[in-house]
Design a protein around this ligand. Structure first.
Ligand code: SF4
Length: 314
């Protein structure tokens, strides 16, 4: 079973977009310049708009080397990072290079795309094998409603940055659009998003919706039929992100309580995730998480009749 090496490395966790993903957290949890209503990490209590190197690249390299020298857990991809906006790290390019040097697996970066207008951010991101930016809105009004940006962040430069990045980038660009019911799923918004995606030309368009407990209780998922209809409109390189699509290899030992907590801090786990992740240790993991529920650290919440475990809000 994986250990949380100084809490910089976590997982592997099942990612609906990438398969079995080993997470590398390069900034403290929820370092972000947006406050998306659907964020599964909870609200952004304080925006970060400056570029920071709160976690030095050397510490990340040490944690990563420590992990791969000790662990036999299998994963499909190394992902930087699922728990904030990684392009706010001022040494992102160096971090990607370091990880690639040490492992023969694709390195992916998830980004909210807000920093793509900056040439040096695009250059840093171009070192990754896959880049997965988000674009949830085609109008400034919807952008403010769904992504709730920090002061000074506007949609138009982000879209220009995405187009520019596509022109420069030779790796795989997988654009995510996350639809929230009655927020960005109107025919007008979809048509405008379609126009922008045609200019961005990603390798794939990932149509997503609220699948884990969101930061804002009223952020509701769009139904599966409508998601399929939307995907058809976006053409043959669009697909709906549904269930877990990675390798089925599981952990090789039982998870400890602190490991479970670190995973859940970064991504609420559904009841189904326990089977996918822990296989023969599923029952043991559920007992451990039950202990965290009793201690009041973790809570259970239902979304679409599915049970999730997430960190209890303070
Ligand atoms: S979903 Fe991503 S971009 Fe949006 S608030 Fe959460 S961490 Fe930031």
């Amino acid at each position: 079973m994986s250990k949380n090496t100084g809490k910089l490395i976590f997982g592997p966790v099942p990612s609906r977009r990438l398969g079995r993903s080993l997470g590398v957290d390069i900034l403290p949890l929820k370092t972000c310049n947006l406050n998306c209503i659907y964020c599964e990490l909870g609200p952004t209590n304080a925006y970060t708009t400056e570029f920071v190197d709160l976690v030095p690249p050397k510490a990340i390299e040490t944690a990563f080397l420590n992990y791969i020298s000790k662990e036999c857990a299998t994963f499909d991809v190394v992902t930087i990072t699922a728990s904030g906006e990684p392009t706010l790290h001022s040494e992102l390019g160096e971090i990607i290079e370091t990880i690639k040097k040490n492992i023969d697996k694709p390195v992916a970066v998830l980004t909210n795309a807000t920093t793509l207008p900056l040439p040096w951010v695009r250059e840093a991101l171009s070192k990754a094998d896959l880049v997965l930016p988000s674009l949830d809105a085609a109008s400034e009004e919807t952008f403010r409603r769904i992504n709730r940006p920090a002061k000074g962040i506007e949609l138009a430069p982000i879209i220009k940055g995405l187009i520019k990045f596509r022109e420069e980038y030779r790796g795989r660009l997988l654009l995510e659009i996350l639809f929230v019911k009655d927020v960005n799923d109107s025919p007008e918004e979809i048509e405008a998003l379609l126009k922008y995606t045609q200019q961005i030309c990603p390798d794939e368009i990932q149509i997503n919706t609220v699948a884990r407990p969101p930061a804002v209780g009223w952020a509701s998922p769009v139904g599966p039929d409508k998601l399929e209809e939307i995907a058809k409109l976006f053409g043959e390189n669009a697909r709906v992100i549904t269930s877990y699509m990675g390798s089925k290899e599981r952990v090789s030992s039982a998870p400890e309580e602190d490991e479970l907590l670190e995973m859940i801090k970064r991504r609420p786990l559904s009841r189904d995730d326990f089977e996918t992740l822990f296989g023969p240790y599923e029952k043991y993991a559920l007992e451990k998480v039950g202990g965290l529920v009793e201690k009041g650290i973790i809570e259970r919440r239902l979304l679409n009749n599915k049970e999730f475990y997430l960190v209890r809000a303070k």
